[in-house]
Design a protein around this ligand. Structure first.
Ligand code: MRU
Length: 367
């Protein structure tokens, strides 16, 4: 996608041929800064502290993290310890484990002297595959927007509500939940996005709004509590969200607050779709509420907030009494019964074991 008219991905090999460049998402929307990752600990830091975030991008950064680690230590022990360090950075997004295991499985049979170069090629391939996967999700999901436009008699823009950031910043390019929006917008279908601010980290207000603005997509940022009211008044045609882990049965784990939006959508007959690359599906799980580990993050994400003051300086302020305890759950699980469908790179599946298995028969397992 474009930033000030110039095409970017969220992660790319650096010009020095030894490092990896990323966009530092902690600085957005106020500053656009590129950071160079030169070793394993910098890659782990970037994932843990959310310089990069979003399940697909976390996976690709993990793959490049192994590349950086193997430059220093290509042995089996080096590979194992780098994998363990990276895996521990963020527990909920399953793409990380998938990417690390994919790279490690291809490297293990190789001579240690060949591993660093091979890891680089594998990570680049995984990044390219992520782009084509997200582009395909965009093409399939855009049909939903097109159908909603036809259903309103082509009289007004289609209103999409999204939560968190599942745009190109959460992937290598295109995004998951926002890919259908970009495809529809680029093909001339009028679309407007309600952007949940997404407390506590405000990925909606700071990242989704920024990237929609960069691409020229009409949008409005709303407080997290507003969606139900809009749905009651017919102002949402479609909810599109991403996922950090989806079970083989169609339970969708995503940013905290997604479940409440799904409940409101269900109560108001608003279609609710999750846009999910197959690398986000954990085929080993059948009960998302019971089995998906929910990351709990630093309480300061709740008790404090950052923003730009009138003087142009970014500052952090406390929102609550210093002595009040806080809890900071980062994700929740929306049960499959509340999910209208799952948009994947192979098409739109029913949110069920049978629905997903129909599109991915090679992953079919007995219940
Ligand atoms: O904590 P984050 O910002 O890494 O979480 C990302 C999300 O939960 C997004 O909503 C997204 O849907 C998942 S990645 C496309």
């Amino acid at each position: 996608m474009r930033v000030d008219g110039r095409p970017y991905r969220t992660i790319w090999p650096a010009e020095d041929g030894r490092s990896v460049d990323i966009i530092d998402q902690t600085k957005l929307p106020h500053r656009f800064e590129i950071v160079r990752l030169q070793n394993l600990s910098e890659a782990a830091h970037a994932i843990r502290e959310m310089l990069v975030r979003g399940a697909p991008l976390i996976g690709v950064t993990g793959a490049y993290g192994l590349v950086l680690a193997l430059k220093d230590d290509p042995s089996d022990a080096g590979l194992d310890s780098a994998r363990a360090l990276l895996l521990a950075t963020r527990p909920t997004a399953v793409n990380l484990a998938w990417a690390l295991d994919s790279v490690a499985a291809e490297l293990r049979p190789l001579n240690t002297s060949d591993r660093a170069d091979a890891a680089f090629r594998i990570a680049a391939r995984i990044a390219d595959e992520d782009v084509s996967t997200c582009r395909a999700i965009g093409a399939h999901g855009a049909r939903l927007i097109q159908d909603a436009y036809a259903a309103n008699g082509r009289r007004r823009a289609v209103n999409v509500l999204t939560h968190c950031n599942a745009g190109w910043l959460a992937t290598v390019d295109w995004g998951t939940a926002l890919a259908p929006v970009y495809v529809a917008h680029d093909s001339g279908i009028p679309v407007h996005v309600w952007v949940d601010e997404t407390r506590p980290r405000n990925q909606g207000a700071s990242l989704t709004a920024w990237e929609l603005l960069q691409h020229g997509v009409p949008h409005t940022v709303i407080a997290d509590n507003v969606g139900g009211h809009l749905m009651q008044h017919g102002q949402v045609d479609l909810c599109l969200v991403g996922s950090d882990r989806t079970t083989a049965t169609g339970d969708v784990c995503n940013k905290i607050g997604t479940y409440l939006k799904a409940l409101a959508a269900h109560d108001n007959g608003v279609p609710f779709y999750a846009c999910v690359p197959s690398t986000t599906i954990d085929w080993s799980l059948s009960d998302g509420v019971r089995d998906i580990p929910i990351e709990q993050r630093d309480g300061r994400e709740v008790s404090e907030i950052s923003g730009m003051g009138a003087d142009g300086k970014v500052a952090t302020v406390r929102l609550m009494p210093a002595g009040s305890p806080v809890a900071n759950y980062a994700f929740d699980v929306t049960p499959a019964r509340l999910v209208t469908g799952i948009v994947t790179e192979r098409g739109i599946a029913g949110a069920s074991r049978a629905g997903l298995a129909e599109l991915f028969p090679e992953m079919r397992r007995s219940p």
